[in-house]
Design a protein around this ligand. Structure first.
Ligand SMILES: C[S@@+](CC[C@H](N)C(=O)[O-])C[C@H]1O[C@@H](n2cnc3c(N)ncnc32)[C@H](O)[C@@H]1O
Ligand SMILES: Nc1nc2[nH]cc(C(=O)O)c2c(=O)[nH]1
Ligand code: SF4
Ligand SMILES: [Mg+2]
Length: 244
């Protein structure tokens, strides 16, 4: 079963080397693999081109729709593995879209890869089957709050969040756009047994000025409530650009 990937330009799969810009391994040099498709529809999603295709009725704030043909590419697992290996990194971040929607093909891909540490960026609504899960070193789980525009019954699945909270490989990364969003995280913290030190708050934003302005009020809230803060290093370095 092949993989469906996002594209950095027409015909060019989104497989690239960069610094991990977010979360617990921010600053690490890594290989990135970005897959196509998502089961949610965040109105501020910075990679809507992976899932918001023409004819797709799910709402997106930008109103922009992307072409299904030029914005995704189908490749065999061995070809994808060769491209990743050619980047010469010892750590892989698998993201999307929602990468765990292609769990079967991802498990096959990892069988073809050299020994690499593997991180998965996920919205926390999908479980990795055991064949894939055994190969994952780190889950960066980003459950979606009300301001994402997703219905809570689709975005926050108690059984999944309980399982990720219990997993020492999982870190939580909540996107925050306004100070009131932190109240929602506090309610989730009271409901789920997140591990101490495993919860990050990260400002919503796709430009440096927005991130900086939001970090001014986010930093004191992190101090007050004992959350870690994540910046978005890649935005400061490269802007909101595909393949970075
Ligand atoms: C594009 S998502 C892909 C992985 C998965 N679908 C998820 O949401 O975690 C990668 C990360 O970017 C975050 N993200 C997406 N758009 C953002 C934005 N406008 N500002 C800040 N973070 C954003 C997500 O919350 C997630 O942590
Ligand atoms: N440099 C860089 N770091 C990232 N960390 C998580 C990303 C993602 O889109 O999942 C991301 C990304 O797109 N670029
Ligand atoms: S879950 Fe992730 S990829 Fe899907 S719409 Fe939200 S931010 Fe984008
Ligand atoms: Mg990103």
């Amino acid at each position: 079963m092949p993989l469906t990937l996002a594209t950095q330009s027409p015909g060019e799969p989104e497989i690239f080397a960069s610094l991990q810009g977010e979360g617990p391994s921010a600053g690490m040099p890594v290989a990135f693999l970005r897959l196509s498709r998502c089961n949610l529809a965040c109105q501020w999603c910075d990679t809507a081109y992976t899932w918001h295709f023409a004819g797709d009725e799910r709402p997106h704030r930008s109103g922009e729709t992307f072409d299904r043909k030029t914005n995704q590419i189908v490749m065999g697992e061995e070809d994808v593995a060769r491209r990743i290996a050619a980047l010469g990194q010892n750590r892989l971040v698998i993201t999307g879209g929602e990468p765990l929607l292609q769990a079967g093909a991802l498990a096959t891909l990892l069988e073809h890869l050299p020994d690499m540490a593997v991180e998965v960026e996920t919205n926390g609504t999908v479980a990795a089957p055991p064949r894939l899960d055994v190969r994952i070193d780190q889950y960066n789980v980003s459950p979606k709050l009300a301001h994402s525009g997703n219905p809570a019954d689709l975005a926050l699945l108690p059984e999944r969040l309980d399982a990720y909270a219990a997993d020492p490989r999982a870190w939580f990364k909540f996107v925050i756009a306004a100070p009131g969003d932190v109240d929602e995280v506090l309610a989730l913290k009271a409901r789920y047994r997140f591990r101490p030190g495993h919860v990050f708050l990260m400002p919503e934003g796709t430009d440096s000025a927005t991130l900086r302005a939001r970090e001014e009020w986010l930093a004191p809230l992190c101090l007050e409530h004992g959350f870690r803060m994540s910046d978005r290093l890649h935005i400061h370095l490269y802007g909101d650009t595909r393949g970075t």
